[in-house]
Every structure is written in C-alpha cells, then in structure tokens.
Design a protein around this ligand. Structure first.
Ligand code: UTP
Length: 218
C-alpha cells in the first residue's frame, strides 16, 4: 500500500485546476498499487480558520473547522475504485482499505495536521515510507517562492529536519512542509518521508523506487 499525504492546495488550490484533478483521479485508478491518500485543507481551511479566529473562536474549534475542509477536499478524489465515504478515523480507513483499491481521507481530530494522520496511518499499517506532495515540491534551504537562489536539500535526517523545522518555523516563509508531531512519529517508527511536488510522473517514479525530483527525510 502506498500512503500519500496530498497538500490541499494541490487538489483544490486557488486556481481550481480541473484538468489536474482529472489526471490525478485517472492516476489513482490506473496505478497498480493500492493507494491511501490523506488530503489537506489548503486555501479553504485557511480561509475558514482565519474567519473563525477573527470572531474569537477557540483553537480546538478552529482545528475542527480545518478538518471539515480537509474532508471536503478529499471528496473530490473519490473515484470509481475508491471507498465511497470519507473515513472518520484511521481504523475505519484501514478496514475500508481491505475491500477497496483506494481510500481517501482527511483529518481526524484537533491538534495535528493531515501529515500527522498520514504518518499515524503508515505506522499502524507497518508501512516504511510516505509520500508528501506539496506545492513547493521539496525541502529548500530557503523559501523558493521568495528566493530564486533557493536550493533543494535532497536528503535530511530526522534530527536535522526537526532542527530545521524549529528554526524556520519562526520565519513567515515556512519551508519545511511538516508538523513536528508527524516528524516524531516518522522518527520513532523509522518511516521515510518523501517530499515531492504535484507532478504525477515524478510521483510514479517515487512509487517505483526510481530517480525522482524532491527530498527525503530518513
Ligand atoms: P492541513 O493538514 O491541510 O494543515 O489541515 P496544514 O499543514 O496547516 O496546511 P498546509 O499543508 O500548510 O496547507 C488543515 C487544518 O485542519 C486542522 C488543522 O487546523 C490544520 O491546520 N486539522 C487537520 C486538524 O486539526 N486535525 C487533523 O487531523 C487534520
């Protein structure tokens, strides 16, 4: 089984790229491997969370709103070969994956992100790697959207990733696409995190263990 954490901005970004969505859905049904895809909240989550924060909602409730957005995005990826419901939790997802080729889900409970969900899922399934698809497409030494000379870091240890995360988190241009909980789970169960962009051919190469463009935390 291949576990993918798919950034919300890739499925339903501001641009609402229907052609990409079609191609991704085709990939899901044509790919030989079973797929478990955890979808992020993207712009929808950010918009609703910031509205809620403005009116003084507590952070727990804002996380819950974020979860609704992830589940909404996930629905766009229900294909004919996919479990026709968004699982409420990891256990339901695992049960569904026994009878369906693909399962898509969003967040589960407040306090982490969908990257955390993808790693917990991989841990429970005994998978030794997850693929994180983000709009940035890798881990860079600085924000590649701001700096033209930003360089991709092909490989990082868990310790380096945690340090990098803590340092750059202070910065507005967050360039490590991970929450700390996700990193800790990856480390305790030795799960590799491949960080790649939206390119579907590149994704196929990671799945087949071929040369790919992106970064890995291991
Ligand atoms: P994302 O997984 O998209 O969060 O979930 P993110 O990493 O902050 O977003 P990107 O990748 O930078 O776009 C969106 C929000 O939903 C809530 C959190 O508030 C999160 O920020 N969430 C998600 C949870 O509380 N629990 C979950 O299991 C998943």
């Amino acid at each position: 089984m291949v576990v993918i954490s798919l950034g919300g901005s890739i499925v339903a970004g501001e641009d609402m790229n229907v052609e990409y969505l079609r191609r991704f859905r085709r990939f899901m049904d044509e790919e030989e491997e079973k797929l478990f895809i955890v979808v992020g909240g993207g712009a929808t989550a950010r918009r609703y969370i910031s509205m809620g924060r403005e009116i003084g909602m507590d952070e727990y409730s804002l996380d819950d709103i974020g979860i609704e957005a992830t589940r909404l995005n996930a629905r766009l990826l229900i294909t004919p070969k996919t479990y026709p419901k968004i699982p409420e939790n990891i256990e339901e997802g695992i049960i569904a994956s026994k009878s369906y080729k693909n399962v898509v889900m969003g967040g589960t409970e407040p306090g982490h992100t969908t990257d955390g969900v993808a790693l917990l899922l991989a841990e429970k399934l005994g998978e030794k790697q997850i693929i994180n698809m983000t709009s940035v497409g890798g881990i860079y030494d600085k924000d590649p959207r701001k700096y033209e000379n930003a360089k991709i870091i092909p490989k990082m240890s868990y310790d380096e990733a945690k340090r990098f995360f803590l340092e750059t988190n202070m910065d507005a241009g967050l360039n490590i696409p991970f929450d700390l909980l996700a990193l800790k789970i990856a480390e305790r169960s030795k799960i590799k995190i491949y960080v790649v962009g939206k390119d579907i051919e590149n994704l196929r190469r990671v799945i087949k263990n071929e040369n790919y463009k992106g970064s890995v935390i291991e």
